[in-house]
Design a protein around this ligand. Sequence first.
Ligand code: SN0
Length: 312
Amino acid sequence: MNHFLSTDDIDSLPEWLKKGAALAQGIGTPDLPGQGKTLCLLFFNNSLRTRLSTQKAARLLGLEVLVMNFGSEGWNLELEDGTIMEAGAAEHIAEAAAVVGQYADLIGVRAFAGLSDRTLDSAEGILNGFVRYAGVPILNMESATGHPLQALADALTIAETSKKISPKVVLSWAPHPRALPQAVSNSFLRIMQRMPVELVITHPPGYELDPNLVGTYKPVYDQKKALAGADYVYVKNWSSVQEYGKVLHRDPGWMMNAEKLGDAGFMHCLPVRRNVVVEDAVLDGPQSLVLKQAANRTISAQLALRHLLNAL
Ligand code: SN0
């Protein structure tokens, strides 16, 4: 059974990018591999792009879509085996996932990191619970550790716009008033390591990402140095991994602005805090790629759903 849990479920990235470009241009015979099938999208957290682009993609493939805000409208789920369920949770994920699997042929799950317990987040209890108990293919719509649909849209955006064979891509940390997950940055790093790009990571000390995902890349702590000659600058806040989930500081000097961006394309997954993460002039300027990234979410969702339907 095919799942789409991380970018590792993309067997050949060049192939997927080629198919994505064809989908974006409307090339190929339209088919409806989802006809007669149902996709159920379960949101344990807020969403705009993921929710709408995945529904749009599903409909383009002929799927029926059910959507539920599980986080606010579902029962609290127990994730541990063997618990005496006398406390908060009304339902075990074993039943919940198996039940949804009766109603849907495919299930999408969004369940962010709680950011208080690293081991718990790494275990991906909700996403893996659905994989274990639902009995149908599962689509990761941002989990505790990854956001592969976003990363695939980001890769599509770079492949579509790059004038160079090997562009320089910089992942640059930005300040933020809240503690945010590392999921987007994790998946971006993971997929960029499979692209023909020169990848540079810059953040203040203390914001080192998971070494298993960073690989051999050494962070450049001097943001200006890291940005020199960049073709793409991907700006994102994440909370500390070492001091798990903590905001260590919010130095406004790390905000992206037009001067630092130079001639590079500006990328961000959205939603973005204006004039905290990036100044207005960049978002409103011609170098911003954020809308193209968002448009490519419909393409990445179609690719992932086709993969689940064995129709890629
Ligand atoms: C999420 C994140 O993982 O960073 C979703 C990104 C696609 N972002 C937020 O939760 C932003 C919330 C805020 O208050 O700005």
